[in-house]
Design a protein around this ligand. Sequence first.
Ligand code: SAM
Length: 285
Amino acid sequence: MTEPGTLYIVATPIGNLEDLSPRAQRVLSAVDLILAEDTRHSARLLNTFDIRTRTLAFHENNEERMTGRIISRLAAGNSVALIADAGTPLISDPGFKLVRQAHAQNIPVSPVPGPAALIAALSAAGVAPGKFLFDGFAPARAEARRKRMSALAGAAHTLVFYEAPHRIKAFLADAATIFGAGREACIARELTKKFETIRQGTLGGLIEWMEQDPDQGRGEFVVIIAGAGEEHMDIAELTALLKVLLKSLSLKQAVQIAAELTGAGRNEIYDLAVTLQDKVSLRDE
Ligand code: SAM
């Protein structure tokens, strides 16, 4: 059922207990020990599935101290499962030191995949999921948060953040200032739970929506912000760039270079370049 001396990284539900996979149930029942972020919180899940395995608290405050002990038990042949309060361990949750140590000691580490709020949110957000950058929780302090957002403002990747209810409004306000109120975004709230809400819009629109319905500010959040892709490109900047390029290059070359420099779509650049070229040639006539 489980291999001796193996560390299992087991994903658990992010709200709906039915999301605990049959394999996760089997592994959690079969291991010698379950490491849980909060043993009382996890007891509800384990009791629901009649999982009687011994649990031990393993959280950010004792991870350092516990890691050596757990590694010794694994080395002695015990099988151990790590779970978080919700979702996939190590994803904005403890366990990284333990996993690193396990690898250093040649102890097998085996994932039992399942829910993760960021993936659930991305799958349903309607914001381009192809390339994304998961940034976890933004810094709590306003200055540090704004600095971090500014560093990401030009990224072409879709941005994914976790946020707590007491900071969601400040987060959105800063995001609208730094990424622009017109930037496309999605708020995925209380996923898989009774008040699940997935709302897409511009950052400015989402702020307004939340102001009108304060209940939308409660619960757990994933915020997804579209990357600085072609639809969000600053047309003024692109126009200025194309004007310079068209002075000395052919239309085709100018479009190619502008596409490489900005990451914007060739068709859109081409259409703009044609208009600009017409204007340039009319002026020259
Ligand atoms: N390990 C978890 C995972 O796999 O998603 C994340 C743990 S992190 C400490 C907790 C944060 O994840 C919450 O503050 C929230 O941002 C996000 N989150 C967790 N469950 C969620 C849910 N059901 N709906 C929306 N966001 C959730």
